[in-house]
Design a protein around this ligand. Structure first.
Ligand code: ANZ
Ligand code: ZN
Length: 853
């Protein structure tokens, strides 16, 4: 057999063979009776044009899981598709005059070809792109079903408007008050928008988190924080003196700390509170203040960071528990209009923001919670609010209670007074899904002057995007199209207009895993779901996952999906990034790794020999130019090397640094493995042997360890075990001819264990051993517990003071038996041949010494 392994030839050969045999197609439930099902999914890619190392790592991880489960006899669904709508395609259209669809499908073609080179066990028969008419037509039908069920609705709302991209942005697309893509200063606009009622599921989405045991803790926490459930009290403070019109019942606030009511120092209204707006109409000072706040922006992040500013409105309220206490009403920039009631009572002693504000504007600070070790007579709050536990004091009828008891007491009192009631608030807002964009799923609605918003009748779906569009004018090409929007009302026949907004692309990705399970068959969807293992980037820890959890529940409740738990992903793994050292050339500009050569300890530019400086190791990115093109790696070293290396050096949840030397090391390992198998293949069939040699035992133990490591997502540990295995086999190779049977048994097991990581090489090795079929379809080696037990010990043998070999014996073997086994060992036969054995000394558990002359 050839001693050198040619990855290019072998990889192409095996991929073709797999394709031809169609072995990665998921079986229908009927085709796989009795088999457990496994749905393994990686977050599907956006078709930007080329895959990057991050994709390789993501898909290699999913593939390891898919292959491992397949080896354990599961019916595996491992699909792939494209998250294909979105802005970049429109930007390409604007910049290059190419139609977004053409650009997208071309990118899909090249990325598919790249992905196919990775040797992934994908079922390509289920491939789709979210921009396929079939797909978004089905999505329109789902939207209308949700609309009918009251889970979609329209309302006027303030939106983040990006004046450069001419589009509404979701809050999370606003970064530091700027558009995430354009970087433009975001403005606020009022628009009528479509919303999905995710808040209907707020409690269920929160409670469900507890059942997601196979999700990373940090993602669960992020989800819970995003939902942000707060139990509190919504109550009114009656006005004193001047009562603004419409506020005869007082000003309504929301608090989570009713226990601190006696520590109230002032009331604060959001600058956007209707009362503030009303006051501003006749008070220029308040108007100026509002303008100043508007310049800070409305994102929570921006407000959080901004300096706290405020203004006394001149209004006064009285304290509900003690009308002799009068509190001033301020307007303050740290109070958000979108949360609670847009008004608060401030308790500076026990809230840091309130305290900062009180110190700045010289407002009273009155502690009402006493830490257990503090003295009521001397306890004060200076610049740090006390937010810990304690007993209530300075608080009349609440005195002496702990915080929780005082909360309950204060709420009942306010309720009894008819001034408010206990209330739960969520940070979670309904999901605004309207986008003023062309390259998205058209919202299937027709606006009629007489009938209002009329759903497009089901038989008219899909509402397809017009192909002839112009991107010359800024704004939404659908709104500019000469004819597309003009239709007759499906209800009354009058002239009407289509909705020109398209759906947020997060809608596309919120149910794609359901479509993979089956195009439309409810039963088959029920069979495959939930996804058993989802793998993707932590950047999707909040929105994509939350939206998917919501849509799965909504579809369940409208009878579209058989998934009682409503949880679409029972296991989740978030992988780390691929990083690389950064380089700068003599002109201070970033330089690509491929342009750099290492000469000893210095780095130079290949082209000119000029010095290059190495910078920090960072996530591979186009902007820093520290990218390695997977295609180049595959054509130099092969896909197996790329897969192996991205999984080898770090735990999967952590970042991995790509280095040339590391890749070369992985490529050398490929050759080492091949050399071993080629030799065994050349040696031919060995007589089958059941002998539990040390090598066989080692193999059983190691296969079990690799199995466990894969289950626990410790791929790097599994790879380390494979390295050790190859070394062990290598050693066994030299010691004796007799061990051939156990070497082959061991190698056979190793081939299967390598398969999830280096599938092409593993096939080649499997073939070299003369095994039947594909290793990709082989069963995982079963580890015999009896063989795995470490009830043996290895004893070195010395002949005349020199170490010549070793034996493996049961721990309980008596010394006289050890003596016999040692003397019969093939390791030493050459050294005692023709000599007389003078003495054998067995040091139990340590060594065997033979003296021969
Ligand atoms: C009085 C108080 C005393 C408060 C105290 C806190 C500590 P979460 O947990 O996020 O629900 N708040 C209410 N509405 C607000 C708004 N629109 N903008 C800014 N802050 C607002 O927080 C609820 C607490 O945040 C409420 O409880 C309120 O301040 C403030 F020692 O009321 B608290
Ligand atoms: Zn009509």
């Amino acid at each position: 057999m050839s001693s050198r392994y040619d990855p290019q030839a072998a990889e192409a050969k095996w991929r073709e063979a797999w394709d031809k045999a169609d072995i990665f197609r998921a079986k229908s439930p009927a085709e796989a009776p009795g088999k457990p099902k496994s749905y393994v999914l990686e977050m599907f890619p956006y078709p930007s044009g080329r895959i990057h190392m991050g994709h390789v790592r993501n898909y290699a991880m999913g593939d390891v899981v898919a292959r491992h489960r397949r080896a354990h006899g599961h019916n595996v669904l491992h699909p792939m598709g494209w998250d294909a709508f979105g802005l970049p395609a429109e930007n390409a259209a604007i910049e290059r005059g190419v139609h977004p669809g053409e650009w997208t499908y071309k990118n899909i073609d090249s990325m598919r070809a790249q992905l196919q080179k990775l040797g992934l066990t994908l079922d390509w028969s289920r491939e789709f792109a979210t921009c396929d008419e079939d797909y978004y037509g089905e999505q329109q039908r789902i939207f209308l079903t949700l609309l009918k069920a009251g889970l979609a609705y329209r309302k006027a709302s303030k939106v983040n408007w990006d004046p450069v991209d001419n589009t509404v942005l979701a809050n999370e697309q606003v970064i530091d008050g700027k558009g995430w893509r354009s970087g433009a200063e975001v403005e606020q606009r009022e628009l009528t928008q479509w919303f999905l009622k995710i808040t209907h599921y707020a409690d269920e989405l929160l409670d469900g988190i507890d059942t997601l045991e196979n999700w990373p803790e940090k993602v669960r926490i992020m989800q819970a924080n995003w939902i942000g459930r707060s139990e509190g009290l919504q109550m009114r403070f009656p006005f004193e003196g001047d009562v603004p019109a419409g506020y005869e019942d007082g000003i309504e606030i929301f608090t989570t700390r009713p226990d601190t009511l006696f520590g109230a120092s002032f009331i604060a209204l959001s600058p956007d509170h209707p009362l503030t707006v009303e006051l501003a109409a006749s008070n220029s000072e308040i108007q100026d203040f509002r303008n100043a706040c508007a310049r800070i922006g409305t994102s929570e992040e921006a407000i959080e960071k901004a300096e706290k500013i405020g203004l006394d409105t001149g209004l006064r309220v009285s304290h509900p528990f003690d009308p002799s206490i009068k509190l001033p009403v301020w307007t303050a920039n740290f109070v958000l209009m979108g949360y609670g009631t847009g008004a608060i009572f401030a308790c500076p002693a026990h809230d840091q923001r309130d305290l900062d504000f009180a110190r700045k504007y010289d407002l009273p600070v009155r502690p009402v919670v006493l830490p257990s070790e503090a003295d009521a007579g001397t306890f004060t709050v200076d610049t740090e609010a006390y937010v810990g536990p304690g007993k209530i004091f300075n608080s009349s009828f609440l005195d002496g209670l702990d915080i929780d008891a005082a909360k309950t007491e204060a709420v009942s009192k306010i309720e009894a007074m008819g001034l408010g009631e206990g209330k739960v608030n969520y940070r979670l807002r309904d999901w605004g899904v309207s986008r003023q964009r062309y390259w998205g799923c058209p919202i299937p609605i027709i606006h009629c002057a007489g009938c209002g918003a009329v759903p497009v009748p089901e038989q008219d779906l899909p509402v397809t995007l017009p192909k002839d569009v112009s991107f010359e004018k800024p704004g939404n090409p659908l709104a500019h199209h000469p004819s597309w929007r003009h239709v007759d009302c499906p209800k009354c026949g009058a002239k009407a207009e289509r909705e020109t907004d398209t759906l947020d692309t997060f809608v596309d990705s919120s149910w794609y895993y359901i479509r993979f399970a089956s195009e439309s068959d409810r039963e088959e969807r029920g069979y495959w779901l939930p996804v058993d293992q989802y793998v993707g980037g932590v950047e999707h820890a909040v929105l994509h996952l939350l939206y998917s959890r919501f849509i799965a529940r909504a579809m369940r409740d409208v009878g579209e999906l058989d998934l009682p738990s409503g949880e679409p992903f029972s296991g989740l793994f978030t992988q780390g990034m691929v990083t690389h050292e950064t380089y700068k050339g003599p002109d201070g500009k970033w330089v690509e790794p491929s342009e750099v050569e290492r000469q000893g300890d210095t780095l130079i530019l290949k082209s000119s020999g000029e010095a290059v400086t190495a910078g920090p190791i960072e996530k591979m990115s186009k902007s820093k130019r520290n990218v390695i093109d997977p295609d180049e790696i595959i054509s130099t070293f092969g896909a197996d090397t790329a897969r192996w290396f991205v999984l080898s050096d770090s735990p999967p949840e952590r970042d991995v640094e790509w280095t040339q030397s590391g890749a070369e090391g992985a490529a050398r390992y490929v050759q080492r493995v091949w050399a071993l198998f080629a030799k065994l293949g050349d040696a031919g069939e060995a007589p089958a042997s059941e002998k539990p040699t040390p090598l066989v035992k080692y193999s059983h133990r190691t296969a079990a360890a690799i199995d466990k490591a894969i289950r626990e997502f410790r791929f790097n540990a599994a790879i380390a075990a494979c390295h050790d295995w190859v070394n062990t086999l290598k050693k066994a190779e030299t010691s004796s001819e007799e061990s051939l049977a156990s070497q082959r048994a061991s190698a056979r097991m190793l081939a299967v264990c390598l398969m999830p990581f280096m599938p092409h090489l593993a096939e080649e090795c499997w073939d070299a051993l003369g095994e039947d079929g594909f290793v990709s379809e082989a069963a995982w080696p079963e580890s015999d517990p009896a063989l795995m037990a470490e009830n043996t010990m290895t004893l070195p043998i010395q002949v005349n003071g020199k170490r010549r070999g070793e034996i493996e014996v049961e721990n309980s073997t008596p010394s006289q038996d050890i003596e016999k086994i040692a003397l019969a060992s093939p390791d030493i036969s050459d050294f005692i041949a023709g000599k007389e054995i003078k003495k054998v000394i067995v040091v139990p558990g340590r060594i065997v010494n033979i003296v021969a002359a």
